[in-house]
Write a protein that binds this ligand. Structure first.
Ligand code: DGL
Length: 268
């Protein structure tokens, strides 16, 4: 692996952009490749086998572009596929973990809420996290069907999105949470709306910046961080060829992006 090799980052769709922006901020010298598997989002209602197949396919695409690291910027794919993929590839692999640890360390009420997809909440990884922290704090898992779809549409504040967010977060207030953990990478795009609905006494946190720091530290240890004089780039691919993905990725990225189709050699 060499310093100049790129880093691959992927998600079921646009959610991983919330992780990509933290990586770009912390590591501006790196060349970043982002894949949104938007034709298959959400992963949350797919089988483990399907998610593993899609994740393997995208990781193979990254390997064909000689990445030095892969960031699985999707909690759902982390739960369904990382254990199987990790031993099979050479590049460093960084996976998501909902920010239950920092929330558990900082909570004053001793109650934290976790918003995620049903598949993440029923995954082994999440059960292990629950077991690790549930003797210190009360953890309230809240599945949020429909929210990933709203973010995929670029609808961050419309009536339907507001109603869904209210349905999922308002009950957490009455249960005395003082931290809400965003355990799905799509949800940071709804953080302002969530904060508006729950008020300033509840802290809303996600794992994006922690993942970026973890990536930096792993690259540092392996002595493959990009040269500091180099100005990094970001390239985007999507499996959705309808044009909608380009529009939503540009909206969430805050700039007009060039979006390529995921190559046909990548089986769908
Ligand atoms: N961004 C993915 C996650 O972090 C969304 C999952 C989905 O596509 O259902 O879990």
């Amino acid at each position: 692996m060499r310093r100049e090799n790129p880093i691959g980052i992927f998600d079921s769709g646009v959610g991983g952009l919330s992780v990509l922006r933290e990586i770009r901020k912390l590591l501006p010298n790196e060349n970043l490749l982002y894949v949104a598997d938007s034709a298959h989002a959400p992963y949350g209602d797919k089988t483990k086998e399907f998610i593993l197949e899609r994740s393997t396919t995208i990781v193979d695409f990254f390997i064909s572009r000689q990445v030095k690291a892969v960031v699985v910027a999707c909690n759902t794919a982390t739960g369904a596929a990382v254990k199987e993929i990790r031993p099979t590839i050479r590049p460093t692999i960084i996976a998501m973990e909902p920010a239950v640890k920092p929330a558990s360390e900082k909570t004053k009420t001793g109650v934290i809420g976790v918003l995620a997809t049903s598949r993440t909440l029923t995954s082994n990884n999440f059960q292990i996290l629950l077991t690790r922290f549930s003797d210190q704090v009360k953890i309230i898992p809240q599945a949020c069907p429909g929210l990933v779809e709203q973010v995929e549409l670029g609808d961050l504040n419309g009536d339907k999105t507001r109603a869904l967010v209210a349905q999922y977060v308002l009950p957490l207030i009455t249960q005395n949470v003082d931290f809400i953990v965003l355990g799905c990478t799509h949800y940071p795009f709804l953080a302002s709306l969530i904060q508006e609905l729950v008020g300033s006494s509840i802290t809303v946190i996600d794992s994006g910046s922690a993942i970026a720091r973890e990536l930096k530290s792993r690259l540092e240890k392996a002595e493959i961080l990009a040269d500091r004089n180099y100005s990094g780039s970001v390239q985007f691919w999507s499996s959705d060829e309808t044009g909608k993905a380009k529009q939503v990725i540009s909206q969430l990225w805050g700039d007009d992006v060039d979006l390529s189709n995921l190559p046909a050699c990548v089986p769908i």
